[in-house]
Design a protein around this ligand. Structure first.
Ligand code: GTR
Length: 327
């Protein structure tokens, strides 16, 4: 009897050992990069997606998000995703402007009338078409995330009208479109990656930068540029990208789970985003930032050259017309 009991225990132990070895043999971790800190809505959203993936695959696949730029700048993570060294990255769609050109469309200045308009477009076949357009370049576009509206902030003098921008050195994202927007306002555009902006503002290498409230707050730019002028010149969304190289190796079932969960993380992210916009605004105001209501019409009126330069192909023109027609 004792022998029988021992045997059963041994078999149970062996089975457990084999099962866990088997499980770890098949378990797969999808690595994802983000330059934002742990508590930022984009990071939280991809973590949430990871939990859903883990549940739906019974632990076979999970997601690990490397936040805070631990895997490098956005340009670096995009490169790694393209090579297949990294499964996913969440970046600003501006970082894709020079890689797949239709991603420029949602960044066009003053294109969206409101957040609702932006959501309707991104949730429609237009949003899908733009996500899909990155496939030839090696990226499966999984989802759009909110990034609010980008506004200009300055170190020394508040921006109240377009004329105040003249001659200012302004940090922009690494995109021709972002450069063109600032040039159309008469400013000197200085492209650089996000991680360099705090020091550039602090040392006076640039006079100004532009971003939404959560980035202005979380990257501490408000400490070195206290005039936040609500120019709201663009609503460039965030984009979640999957490596086409890794995608091609997945089963149809896993691809579906990944697509579905990415989509399901969007409303989750949007809720976190509106909360974060409010908390970030409160933090910067409390710290002494001055919020300025500028003459937005003067900015908008200067943007024609940007459309003339970038909306040139039939596809780009068609996308803009369809976006403007969305009610
Ligand atoms: C933020 C965006 C980041 C980064 C940054 C920037 O709004 O979430 O991904 O692109 O802007 O200005 O570089």
């Amino acid at each position: 009897m004792l022998c029988f009991t021992l045997k059963r225990a041994t078999v149970a132990a062996l089975t457990a050992a084999c099962l866990s070895a088997g499980a770890s043999l098949h378990a797969e971790t999808l690595r994802s990069a983000d330059i934002h800190p742990d508590d930022y809505p984009t990071v939280q959203a991809v973590r949430h997606m990871g939990e859903l993936i883990k549940q739906r695959t019974n632990g076979r696949i999970d997601v690990k998000v490397y936040a805070g730029g631990t895997l490098g700048r956005e340009e670096d993570s995009i490169e790694q995703v393209k090579m297949g060294a990294l499964a996913m990255t969440r970046v600003s769609s501006a970082a894709m402007h020079n890689i797949c050109e239709t991603t420029r469309v949602p960044s066009l200045p003053f294109l969206f009338r409101s957040k609702e308009h932006l959501h309707k477009v991104l949730d429609s076949d237009i949003g899908e078409q733009i996500l899909k357009s990155c496939e030839n370049a090696g990226f499966v576009g999984l989802a759009w995330y909110d990034s609010g509206a980008r506004s200009m902030y300055t170190r020394n003098k508040p921006v109240k009208t377009k004329d105040d921008v003249k001659g200012m050195k302004i940090r922009v994202q690494q995109s021709d479109l972002s450069v063109a927007m600032v040039e159309a306002l008469g400013g000197n555009a200085t492209p650089m990656s996000m991680g360099e902006v705090y020091t550039a503002l602090k040392t006076g290498l640039v006079d100004a930068a532009e971003n939404n409230y959560p980035s202005y707050e979380s990257a501490h730019h408000y400490e070195v540029a206290k005039y936040y002028s609500l120019t709201e010149h663009t609503m460039t969304p965030e984009i979640l990208l999957f490596s086409k190289r890794q995608w091609d190796k997945l089963s149809d079932e896993d691809r579906k789970i990944i697509r579905d969960t990415a989509r399901e993380s969007v409303p989750y992210m949007r809720k976190l985003w509106s909360e974060r916009e409010n908390t970030s605004r409160a933090i910067v105001v409390k710290a002494g930032s001055e919020i300025i209501e500028p003459d937005k019409a003067s900015f908008q009126a200067a943007m024609k050259p940007v459309y003339d330069r970038f909306v040139t192909t039939p596809e780009m023109k068609d996308l803009v017309t369809r976006i403007q027609a969305v009610k």
